[in-house]
Ligand binder design. Structure first.
Ligand SMILES: Nc1ncnc2c1ncn2[C@@H]1O[C@H](COP(=O)(O)OP(=O)(O)OP(=O)(O)O)[C@@H](O)[C@H]1O
Ligand SMILES: [Mg+2]
Length: 371
């Protein structure tokens, strides 16, 4: 086991997020962590990495397990360093060795003594075992794989948009090759080509992967196990998202039948008690049945809970047909032209998908879909 929860109780104040949660992550697993908004998926990842303490049960991480954790809070990270430097951060020890070799090398030139020579060769050996001479090459390769041009690599991280920054951090994480990758909604900041790249990459990833996602198509392609947070419980399904949906329907059905059977049983017993509690000969028996009923482990009705969301845009008066219109507009930031001579019309009732590569809003792709 790489990491896991056993009978975990986690609360924010008096609010229970999960109760009796057991989930053990094994090597090589591809897990989709799902659940409605606000059920506790992001929280569970924080529990797994040890950022949050639990109020009951145990959280285990095997000592040698390395964990990479990609999440939205990382977007607040900012630096003047180049994106190449940021990604190279994956190789902390190698970078330190590079520095030490330079320093010890200088000293060696001066003194030439035996002890310094030993220190020097020790570090050379460690560089070798860590494959430390290829890190610059490997870093450039992964960044290019994620869509960066060679000329981008020296540009400061802070010049890039959110989606591109997320890719730099993803590149860094990938280069670290952790045993366990925890990805909290990784596709949120990626455009379509980079989602495809990520999918391909993850399909061949050696370590285990946990992906939080609300995209069932993405999940169907990526995972072979689903962990669902539902009504403060963790439910585990050994299959993709489609399997989960089928299996959940069956579980709900079984629970509903068990509930109905138990209700029948309870009603029967109650009738018996009602009839015989006043009769001297049967009163003791009625009483003992009552006791048994009181102790009964009640089965909950299997009500399928859905978030109760109603979105209703009330308008005071019906607007005209054309709501907004852009006529041959051009927009640039300095040298960087975002759109050129573009015209767009937004009509009443349009449902519009605005798509484009990260860092660009491409109005030529602005398509209005019929309602
Ligand atoms: N630090 C915190 N203190 C108190 N409550 C919190 C804290 N963080 C999250 N919560 C609450 O705990 C619940 C679970 O939050 P969490 O962010 O884990 O949900 P989620 O499943 O990741 O949701 P989403 O799908 O919207 O990302 C939410 O109701 C949230 O408001
Ligand atoms: Mg979340």
């Amino acid at each position: 086991m790489l990491a896991g929860l056993t009978n975990v109780l986690f609360e924010f104040g008096s609010r229970v997020i999960v109760e009796n949660a057991t989930w053990h992550i094994q090597p090589g697993e591809r897990i989709g962590l799902i659940g409605y908004n606000g059920t506790g998926k992001s929280t569970l990842l924080k529990v797994l990495v040890g950022e949050y303490q639990v109020s009951g049960g145990t959280v285990e991480r095997s000592k040698n397990t390395s964990i990479g954790y990609l999440h939205q809070d990382l977007l607040s990270f900012d630096t003047n360093d180049s994106i190449e430097q940021v990604a190279l951060g994956a190789f902390e020890r190698v970078l330190q060795l590079e520095k030490e070799l330079e320093e010890i090398g200088k000293e060696l030139e001066k003194t030439g003594d035996e002890k310094t020579l030993h220190e020097y060769t020790d570090r050379l050996h460690e560089m070798d075992t860590l494959d430390g001479y290829t890190i610059h090459h490997r870093t450039a390769e992964v960044l290019q794989g994620l869509g960066f041009a060679n000329s981008d690599l020296k540009r400061p991280y802070k010049e890039f948009s959110g989606g591109w920054r997320m890719r730099v951090l993803l590149a860094k994480m990938i280069l670290q090759q952790p045993d366990l990758l925890l990805l909290d909604e990784p596709t949120n900041h990626l455009d379509l080509p980079s989602i495809e790249w990520l999918e391909k990459y993850l399909q061949h990833y050696q370590g285990s992967v946990v992906i939080v996602s609300h995209d069932k198509f993405f999940l169907n392609r990526m995972v072979n196990k689903i962990v669902e947070v539902y009504q403060q419980q963790l439910n585990i399904y050994n299959g993709d998202f489609d399997f989960y949906e089928r299996e959940k329907a069956i579980r709900i059905d079984l629970q509903q039948k068990a509930f109905e059977n138990q209700q029948d049983y309870i009603r029967q017993q109650e009738r018996f008690i009602e009839r015989f509690k006043a009769k001297a000969s049967k009163a003791a028996q009625a009483q003992s049945i009552q006791k048994r009923l009181d102790k009964l482990d009640k089965i909950e009705e299997a009500e399928l809970e859905r978030p109760n969301i109603k979105i209703n845009f009330r308008v005071d008066r019906v607007p005209g047909k054309v709501l907004a219109e852009l006529k041959e507009i051009t927009k640039s930031f300095g040298e960087n032209t975002i759109v050129k001579d573009t015209s767009v019309e937004i009509n009443r009732g349009d449902k519009i998908a605005l798509i484009g590569a990260n860092g660009k809003v491409s109005l030529p792709y602005f398509e209005s879909l019929p309602v």
